[in-house]
Design a protein around this ligand. Structure first.
Ligand code: ZN
Length: 92
């Protein structure tokens, strides 16, 4: 992906640290979806399922942190913006 690097002061090739792991981490948020109908059962099992649910929810923090990590410039290693800046169209 092409991004504007502030340190290089031009458009450079940018990449995430681990693109494949990033894809897996995105899947982590949907891991709990099939279990949503079983919430009453999970909530009543204080020994196994509720602690497992808590561990799963605690994992959201690091997962969100990993997703929010910005891509890095391939030439200088500086963090660049997630989204490419939208160029003003004919207004300037
Ligand atoms: Zn750079």
């Amino acid at each position: 992906m092409r991004r504007d690097c502030e340190r290089c002061q031009r458009e450079v090739e940018a990449a995430y640290d681990d693109p494949r792991l990033r894809k897996w981490v995105k899947g982590y948020f949907f891991l709990g979806l099939p279990f949503l109908p079983a919430i009453p059962i999970i909530g009543s099992d204080f020994v196994v399922m509720l602690p497992l649910l808590m561990i799963y929810v605690v994992g959201f923090g690091p997962a969100i942190g990993f997703i929010k990590e910005p891509p890095k410039c391939q030439e200088c290693g500086a963090a660049v913006a997630h989204q490419a800046a939208v160029a003003p169209s004919g207004l300037v």
